[in-house]
Design a protein around this ligand. Structure first.
Ligand code: 8X3
Length: 246
C-alpha cells in the first residue's frame, strides 16, 4: 500500500512508520529532513517528504512528489499536530493559538484535500485523522488546543457525509495523554522538567499503543469504516465540574 504519514519524525507518527515501514511504501512528512533521512536509512521503503503542513504550497508539492514516485495514495494518516501552552485563555499567547490552528486545522485540511480528490476519483482510500480526548473533555488550559481537536472530529464526520457512496473511508482516533513523544516538551516550549512532570508517577499511553490502532484500522476490509476510537491510559480519566464558591 502507499501510505502518507504526517508528523512522522516523532511520537505516534514515527511509531506508525516503524510498524508499517517494512511492508508498505511510506511517504514520511515532517519539517526535520535529517530525521527523515535517518529513518529512511533504517526503512528503505520510506520516501522522505520535507514540509510544514501549514504551508499550502509545500503540501501540494510533496503530495505531487509522492504520487510521481510511488503512485496514488491509499492511506493518509493525518498525525501532525501540536499543543502550545497550558495557560488559561486570558493568559495565553495568541501566537500559540494561531500556530495550533495553522497546524492542527489548516494543515490537516490542506493535506486532506489533494489526497481525497484522487481517492474519490478512484473509489478507494482511507484517511485516518489523529484527534485527542481533549476534543470532548474540557480542562483548564485546554482552550484552543481542545477546540482544534473538536474541529478534527467534526471535519472527519462531515467528510464521511460528503464521500458517502464513494468507497472512501475516514476514521478519527482520539488518544489521551501519550508519553514517548515530544508532545509535552513542545507544549511547554522546551521546558524538559515541566514536560517530564506530566508523566511522572503514573503509566500513560505509549506512542506505539496508538500506532497499533492505526495499523488495525488500515488492516480492516474495505467494507468496514471505524468512525471513531477514543482511548485513555487506565491511569487517566476525566473528572467533573468545578464550583466557584463564595
Ligand atoms: C493530548 C491528550 O489528555 O493531554 O491530546 O489532553 S491530553
Amino acid at each position: 500500500m502507499n501510505i502518507i504519514i504526517t508528523g512522522a519524525s516523532s511520537g505516534i507518527g514515527q511509531a506508525t512508520l516503524r510498524r508499517l515501514g517494512k511492508t508498505h511504501t511510506i511517504g514520511a512528512v515532517a519539517r526535520r529532513g535529517e530525521r527523515l533521512e535517518t529513518l529512511a536509512d533504517e526503512y528503505p521503503r520510506i520516501i522522505p517528504l520535507v514540509a510544514d503542513v501549514s504551508d499550502r504550497e509545500q503540501v501540494e508539492h510533496i503530495v505531487r512528489q509522492f504520487e510521481q514516485k510511488a503512485g496514488p495514495v491509499d492511506v493518509l494518516v493525518n498525525n501532525a499536530g501540536l499543543a502550545l501552552g497550558a495557560d488559561p485563555a486570558f493568559d495565553a499567547d495568541p501566537d500559540d493559538w494561531f500556530r495550533m490552528i495553522d497546524v492542527n486545522c489548516k494543515g490537516l485540511v490542506q493535506m486532506t484535500h489533494p489526497v481525497l480528490s484522487s481517492m474519490v476519483r478512484r473509489h478507494q482510500g482511507l484517511i485516518v485523522n489523529i484527534g485527542s480526548v481533549a476534543a470532548s473533555y474540557p480542562y483548564r488550559g485546554g482552550n484552543v488546543y481542545g477546540a482544534t481537536k473538536a474541529f478534527i472530529r467534526q471535519f472527519s464526520r462531515n467528510l464521511r457525509s460528503d464521500i458517502h457512496g464513494t468507497g472512501v473511508r475516514v476514521c478519527v482516533i482520539e488518544p489521551g495523554s501519550v508519553s514517548g513523544s515530544e508532545f509535552s516538551l513542545v507544549r511547554f516550549h522546551g521546558d524538559q522538567d515541566k514536560a517530564d512532570s506530566v508523566y511522572d508517577g503514573w503509566d500513560p499511553l505509549q506512542a506505539d499503543d496508538i500506532a497499533a490502532q492505526i495499523e488495525w484500522v488500515i488492516s480492516l476490509p474495505q467494507r468496514v469504516n471505524v468512525n471513531l476510537i477514543e482511548t485513555m491510559a487506565t491511569g487517566q480519566s476525566a473528572s467533573g465540574f468545578q464550583f466557584a464558591r463564595e
